[in-house]
Ligand binder design. Sequence first.
Ligand code: CA
Length: 231
Amino acid sequence: MPHVLLVEDEPAIADTLIYAFGTECFEVTHVLTGADALAAFARDAHDIVILDIGLPDMTGIDVCRHLRETSAVPLLFLTARNGEVDRILGLELGGDDYVTKPFSPREIVARVRAILRRSRAPKTGESAASEDMATGVFHHDAAAMRIHCHGVTLDLTAHEYKLLLVLLEKPGRVFTRDQLLDHAWEDPGAVTDRTIDAHIKSIRAKMRAVRAGAEDHIQTRRGLGYLFSLD
Ligand code: CA
């Protein structure tokens, strides 16, 4: 039975979600504040976190940042504001998806199912799920879902991690932006090509912070896409 941690301070919304997940045979732990969410997450294993952005004690974004220090748990944001900023913030911070209020409980359950399917069977290749991989100065620790560069752990968001892994697994192969979206996003229709560019830029900056020049391993093929180069 999948275990959902629901972080939502509005009782009416929480109740409909608890009911919907209950009828679909999910176990739900419901908390109303960010502090309680972090405590609950530290206490129990959860398969996914559903996180409201507007919480009484801190923002859902803050909660996400704390969670990401120790965990790559799948995360679905609930946001009341239908703004691009919220959306990008959610994605940059390592949320796997987001839903704008008002939403139907069925939609949330469907999204959660999709995210869990994705997290259990990564499209990035079966070997990646179970085996470590070393490519030049890069090393993928599959169990920890981390990528090291020159021995230093890259502090990647969930999407950055998935993107870099796709490139890393096939050095020399050019991936189009569409292919990268397809590999690294649950719902590729919800994001644009420019999202890929923004994430690549961020990954490169993090590589560069480890060692100047490391960012050159991700190369741009103008008009085509990106590739990982061993050179
Ligand atoms: Ca709220």
